[in-house]
Ligand binder design. Structure first.
Ligand code: F6R
Length: 608
């Protein structure tokens, strides 16, 4: 998704400071980049398609240039193709005003028509450019007042940063798209998230909808959209810059897969102790859970949905509470059956996914209570929820979710156990599962050693066009997640199915060109899975299986297999996650693709 950065300094700012800040937002996904800075009484504008490296190349000697103020942007195209003209920043007719924007202006067509009639000259196809011309229209020597008037005309979502050549300030506003601002003695900065900011200060301000910030060197003033001053409290962030570096691995994704022992440990610290669930974040909802809760509805997208589905299997087995789940893009348009007795669980590593956000807004309107599990402190979804549980895994830079997925499952099990404790009473088996999660960081160290074997498998299968993942029970969400990981980073067509569904259609696809990846631990559904493997073999499909140690018979049933440590069957989604992640990672690398930045995808999906 688009990323914005702005910097204004008491001391001179270098062009490269702003470009370096922009680079920190690369992980959000983008297709073009641009920068605007003040230069000899005009706004210098440089924009390129493709990677930020192209922008650096284009800037060349200008990178060292000292400037006073600059804004920059990574664009993920929505309105208008991937072209230099459509890249941000956008300027007005005079070239004195420049602006970056993340979001979508829904009424841009009528505004554009109106502005063209007034004589404005448009250069791009974007929705964003109308904002620059509106600011021009309203500018009478005061940028803040012009932006104030402009936003009254805008429908849609935006985080914007605007500069005017005659004023040494950045005016910013947030409505519906993420925006963080901060300052220290010498600078004031804005960005889509904290990653470009932590180099300068760890005390940041998360902007809420309909709030404005005026950034001047060494200070920020906050306003509501009526132009009245407001007070905001800063939040201290503990992440250091190092936490966002690759740490010696070839890719962030590989680093993040290997971080899972520590990431999971950190996610469950203070939340599970000796098999007891803690989760103090829901203390304010205890009475509701005990006395009013009748239903849990999980809302999430992609990998987070798969973590949610795993939780559904867990709750279905250990609780009488009715648990429903829907992907957020369906939930928000389906008249979901939630009410004041429903607990909606929103799962979103980024905390910004627009469908999930709109989903919880609808749920809240219907009276439901909302708890969010997210990895990004201060992001919008947890802030709009009644309770927020942060994963504490550190930033996840690779676009494909890995460590946040396993952290989600760990936290969800702890949360589920807490809800069961409050409602029905927790039994020893659940406590054993939680103890198993506490031991998982050690088990992960063993599982991660399987990478050499997984690499061999990846070599065998990297050139296929298709792959079918199958599983049953707790293995089914893992099959879905395996297929998603493979397709999103290796571009191999992959689909996940409940193994029992094979004979209802998908089996027609199988032949020697269509391998099957079977999730087949020795659990209560093992014999059923075995039959499905035999059915697949009978169609000449090659079979890879993940199974549990000492399962000698698997050798007869499959072409290749990987053995993982034995665990309680509810824990296999956790034990197996690094295996499916590493398989996809290795296949992507063998296919010479960049697993950190899969095409067409973004880390934070802030548009519909
Ligand atoms: C897949 C992946 C996506 C996200 C999905 C939801 O690896 O990362 O499928 O899981 O876009 O994102 P969040 O969790 O940020 O709401």
């Amino acid at each position: 998704m688009c990323g914005i950065v702005g910097l204004v300094g008491k001391k001179e700012v270098k062009v490269k400071d702003i470009v370096n800040g922009l680079q920190k937002l690369e992980y959000r996904g983008y297709d073009s980049a641009g920068i605007a800075f003040s230069q000899n009484n005009h706004v210098e504008l440089i924009k390129t398609t493709g990677k930020i490296a192209n922008l650096r190349e284009e800037l060349n000697n200008e990178m060292e240039k000292e400037i006073k103020i600059g804004i920059a942007h990574t664009r993920w195209a929505t309105h208008g193709g991937v072209t230099e003209l459509n890249a941000h920043p956008h300027t007005d007719c005079t070239g004195k005003i420049a602006l970056v924007h993340n979001g979508i202006i829904e009424n841009f067509q009528e505004l554009r028509k109106e502005l063209i009639e007034k004589g404005h000259n448009f250069k791009s196809e974007t929705d964003t450019e109308v904002i620059a011309h509106l600011v021009e229209e309203y500018y009478e020597g005061d940028l803040f007042k012009a932006v104030l008037k402009t936003i009254k005309r805008l429908d849609g979502a935006y985080a914007i940063g605007v500069i005017h050549i005659d004023e040494k300030k950045i005016v910013s506003v947030r409505k519906g798209s993420p925006l963080v601002v901060a300052y220290n003695e010498d600078y004031a900065l804005l960005a889509s998230d904290i990653t470009p900011i932590i180099k300068y200060t760890k005390d940041v301000y998360f902007m809420n909808d309909n709030e404005m910030a005026v950034l001047e060197p060494g200070e920020i003033e906050f306003y509501n959209i009526n132009g009245e001053k407001i007070e905001k409290k800063s939040v201290h962030i503990d992440w250091d810059e190092q936490a966002a570096e690759k740490g010696g691995y070839d890719h962030f994704m590989l680093k993040e897969i290997n971080e899972q022992p520590e990431a999971l440990k950190s996610a469950i610290t203070g939340r599970i102790k000796n098999g007891e669930p803690i989760i103090s974040e829901i203390d304010n909802l205890k009475e509701f859970i005990k006395n009013e809760l009748k239903k849990i509805f999980i809302v999430a997208c992609g990998t987070s949905y798969h973590a949610g589905l795993t939780f559904k299997y867990f709750m279905n087995r250990y609780s009488k509470i009715n648990v429903d789940i829907e992907v957020a893009s369906e939930f928000r348009y389906m008249n979901p059956h939630v009410d004041k007795n429903t607990l909606v669980l929103a799962i979103s590593q980024s905390g910004e996914t627009i469908d999930t956000l709109e989903g919880i807004r609808i749920a809240k309107e219907k009276g439901a209570k909302v708890i969010t599990i997210s990895n990004v402190y201060g992001s919008t979804i947890p802030r709009e929820s009644h309770g927020a549980i942060y994963m504490n895994t550190g930033p996840e830079i690779g676009v494909a979710a890995t460590k946040t997925y396993t952290a989600q499952i760990g936290i969800l099990y702890a949360l589920g156990a807490k809800i069961i404790e409050l409602t029905e009473g927790i039994n020893e088996e659940i406590k054993e599962i939680l103890k198993g999660i506490e031991k998982m960081p050690e088990i992960y160290k063993e599982v991660l050693k399987l990478n050499e074997k997984i690499k061999e498998l990846a070599r065998e299968y990297a050139n296929y066009q298709h792959m079918m993942y199958i599983g049953r029970g707790f293995g089914y969400p893992t099959a879905l997640e395996g297929a998603l990981k493979l397709k999103e980073i290796s571009y191999i067509h992959a689909a996940g199915y409940q193994a029992g569904e094979l004979k209802h259609g998908p089996i027609a696809l199988l032949d020697e060109q269509f391998p099957v990846f079977a999730i087949i631990p020795r659990d209560s559904l093992y014999e059923k899975m075995k039959s499905n493997l035999m059915e697949s073999r009978a169609r000449n499909a090659n079979i890879i299986a993940i199974t549990t140690e000492k399962n000698e018979e698997i050798k007869q049933l499959t072409n290749e297999y990987i053995m993982i440590p034995e665990a309680h069957e509810a824990l296999y989604p956790l034990v197996m996650a690094p295996v499916i992640q590493l398989f996809s990672y290795n296949v992507a690398v063998l296919r010479k693709l960049d697993p950190d930045k899969p095409r067409n995808l973004a880390k934070s999906v802030t548009v519909e």
